[in-house]
Write a protein that binds this ligand. Structure first.
Ligand code: COA
Length: 329
């Protein structure tokens, strides 16, 4: 029997309408458009409306991914959502809510908490489930309403983050030229304290407000991110005998243009092969990679069998990279 591979069959995203520009932030905290652009490359980010939840954001992205995969919802046999801003802190999982809104019943549905690395983590899980032969079509979603955990009086974090969602259908294929080739994911909890959001009321006393919102030691995160992302990419390319010149699209996590540029230059990727959306969406955590991928897809840049490299880093710390041939049309 020939081997079953996992195929990245479609991509979709939802971009909330409301724009929060650097000029808007100048009126909210002591900052300037110039400082933000220079240090992060971000010009604006999108914010969900008050009544829009992470599941609503994920649902819209999922609908597009399902439509583009040309499958029916009753063919989906697993729903996995990566988010650090679930509708409910403990339960039910956002994946269950999205599945219900799509009318998908009696299949496994759960959330994964891996911060900005969430999408690559759930792609890894989907790949494993598909290759096991037990699943045929898996809906994976990265969705965030980060505006719900950002402190808009803290200039060191509120300039960075935005809301949005992305989704994909991962299906079975026997064709190696449309398969997810390899994924490596990892974590180091020794760095957990450098990026935290928000506190658990069980772990911290009620009168301690220090972790009410997302908190980050930006500079320390920055240094580890550049080093880890570079090593991670070099490792996956070396392991698979792929030279960086063979990559059609490099889609890194969109946290900071300086981080992306540092990794890109170390690996000698041309700028035109690097997908950049950080300038218009900011950092949307688990949604950042699928939103960027969707942008490139809608611009007609990504075609069937193109070789794509994903690379991500986030709270935990968690990180990961993926090499895949795009399986969509
Ligand atoms: N506007 C103006 N000044 C600001 C500012 C803002 N929005 N935010 C911070 N500053 C100030 C600081 O107060 C500090 O002032 P000081 O020197 O008087 O103390 C100065 O700018 C430098 O701060 P620093 O934190 O060292 O800046 P930086 O160059 O590291 O840039 C980040 C800050 C957050 C943009 C950057 O560290 C970063 O992007 N980190 C990684 C973020 C990330 O990737 N996080 C998610 C991982 S998934």
């Amino acid at each position: 029997m020939s081997k079953i591979f996992a195929c990245f069959k479609s991509i979709g995203a939802y971009i909330p309408k409301r724009v929060l520009s650097n000029e808007d932030l100048e009126k909210m905290v002591e900052t300037t458009d110039e400082w933000i652009l220079q240090r992060t490359g971000i010009k604006e980010r999108r914010l969900a409306s008050e009544d829009e939840l992470t599941s609503d954001i994920g649902l819209k992205a999922a609908k597009l991914a399902i439509e583009r995969a040309d499958i029916k919802t009753d063919e989906i046999d697993a729903v996995i959502c990566a988010t650090l801003t679930p509708d409910f802190l403990c339960m039910p999982a956002t994946a269950c809510i999205i599945a219900s809104k799509l009318g998908i019943k009696n299949v496994l549905a759960f959330d994964v908490s891996a911060a900005c690395s969430g999408f690559v983590y759930i792609l890894y899980l989907a790949k494993s489930l598909i290759e096991s032969g037990r699943h045929k079509n898996i809906l994976i979603i990265g969705a965030e309403k980060l505006s719900s955990v950002v402190d808009y009086t803290d200039r060191s974090t509120c300039i960075l983050f935005g809301d949005g969602g992305g989704a994909a259908i991962i299906s079975q294929t026997k064709n190696k030229n449309e398969a997810v080739m390899d994924i490596q994911i990892s974590a180091d909890g020794d760095y957990a304290h450098l990026l935290v959001a928000p506190r658990s009321r069980i772990m911290y006393p009620k009168d301690d407000r220090t972790l009410e919102y997302l908190q980050m030691a930006g500079n320390e995160v920055f240094k580890v991110a550049v080093k880890t992302l570079t090593n991670d990419v070099m490792e996956i390319l070396r392991k698979n005998g792929v030279s960086s010149s063979k990559i059609d699209h490099f889609i890194p996590h969109q946290a900071n243009l300086r981080i992306i540029e540092a990794v890109r230059e170390k690996l000698d990727f041309p700028r035109e092969k690097t997908v950049l959306t950080v300038q218009k969406y900011g950092n949307t955590s688990a949604a950042s990679i699928p939103m960027a991928m969707n942008d490139a897809y809608e611009e007609g840049r990504i075609r069937h069998s193109d070789l794509i490299l994903l690379d991500t880093f986030g709270g935990g710390f968690t990180w990961g990279s993926a090499l895949l041939y795009f399986g969509g049309k």
